[in-house]
Ligand binder design. Structure first.
Ligand code: BTN
Length: 267
């Protein structure tokens, strides 16, 4: 059995999850685990299916941006079929970010912060990106693909020049290689637990966990959506995970999706 398959089998051995990881595929190299997951979801792959790759040669992030995915990272996608309304699907992104932050804390004692909606930061630098892609049928979710990319054991010089200042890897933060298997296993357990809470209508737990880890709340932000750019103070998230921003004129805006920039903190 190839080394990477052994690695994967061992990580999933007796993991005891309720839903996540009931079916798993490992790729030595793939275009994108999200693209692969979309194909499998369209062919009927079940809730909780995991796709994990050692290398992605066409990984992508939000806004279809290229996502550099060399060997040494944790690149995975999970097919979910939650019984929730599509407008609450943003919570799945928040659930992903909270699970990564919790896993980093319990495996490496790291206090990760979350920048709305989906960036996990260590010391202010992005170590993990998360995105969801969804297909609906009427007012029901057919599937959501939760894609998570964690920069684990590779040098920052493997990342494109223009993001080296704002991104980091666990190898750099810990000044040594860390156990990818331990991180993966802990992450899957966290995700399974949070997903269970989501399905049993305890999404308040996820929202509170996110609030506690947020780097965005309380900050002056600019959020660029497909329609407009909104500036103001990030005061909270609502029950669907939208960011609530109080603008200069005192109006509250609930923003479902967009690119968020933290502006200078007001003195
Ligand atoms: C972002 O911050 O823009 C989200 C990045 C998501 C990257 C992950 S890596 C695994 C999965 N496969 C992809 O092609 N993208 C996601």
């Amino acid at each position: 059995m190839p080394e990477y398959e052994k690695w994967f089998q061992k990580a999933m051995d007796n993991i005891g999850t309720k839903r996540i990881g009931k079916s798993i595929s490992f790729f030595k190299e793939v275009d994108s685990t999200n693209a692969q997951a979309t194909r499998q979801a369209k062919n009927g792959a079940g809730d909780g299916t995991i796709l994990l790759a050692e290398v992605q040669n066409a990984g992508y992030g939000r806004m279809n941006r290229h996502w550099t995915s060399p060997k040494g990272g944790l690149w995975l996608s999970i097919i979910l079929r939650p019984d929730i309304v599509p407008k609450h699907a943003t919570i799945i992104t928040l659930m992903g970010a909270c699970s990564v932050a919790e896993a980093l804390k319990s495996t490496h004692g790291m206090e990760a912060k979350i920048k709305w909606p989906n960036d996990v930061l260590i010391s202010g630098k992005k170590v993990c990106g998360i995105m969801t892609e969804m297909r609906t049928r009427g007012n029901e979710i057919d599937y959501v693909i939760l894609g998570l990319g964690i920069n684990v054991n590779f040098p920052v010089t493997d990342l494109p020049q223009d993001i080296r200042e704002t991104a980091t890897t666990l190898q750099r933060e810990c000044e040594k290689d860390v156990s990818t298997r331990k991180l993966f296993k802990t992450l899957i357990l966290e995700l399974d637990d949070m997903y269970d809470k989501l399905l049993s209508r305890q999404s308040g737990f996820i929202l509170d966990s996110w609030r506690g880890k947020s780097d965005t709340l309380g900050q002056q932000v600019r959020v660029v959506t497909i329609k407009e750019s909104i500036e103001g103070n990030a005061v909270d998230i609502d029950e669907s995970g939208a960011l609530i921003v109080r603008t200069e004129d005192g109006k509250m805006r609930n923003i479902i999706a967009g690119d968020c920039v933290h502006l200078e903190r007001k003195q």
